[in-house]
Design a protein around this ligand. Structure first.
Ligand SMILES: [Zn+2]
Length: 84
């Protein structure tokens, strides 16, 4: 179990008002590849249908852009995983 303090820094810079759920994400059903270290679920919007990316049922591969006009992040609409 990786503790929050040991997790890699997030890859993306979030729009204002949003935060990352600092829990390691290992897999996402829509991807053949493991989730890249530093990608986390975005919180502050949602709620997301899936409790975590590992059980996400959105296989559309169509992300949703969240932006504050300065920073933007692309998230999975099913679970909120950062896939920018
Ligand atoms: Zn998802």
């Amino acid at each position: 179990m990786t503790t929050a303090a040991e997790l890699p820094a997030p890859i993306s810079v979030l729009p204002a008002g949003l935060t990352f759920r600092m829990v390691e994400v290992l897999t996402h059903p829509s991807s053949f590849y493991p989730v890249h270290p530093g990608r986390y679920v975005v919180e502050g919007v949602g709620p997301w249908d899936a409790a975590s990316p590992e059980v996400c049922t959105d296989l559309s591969n169509k992300g949703v852009w969240l932006s504050d006009g300065v920073n933007e992040v692309l998230v999975c609409p099913g679970c909120g995983l950062d896939c920018t």
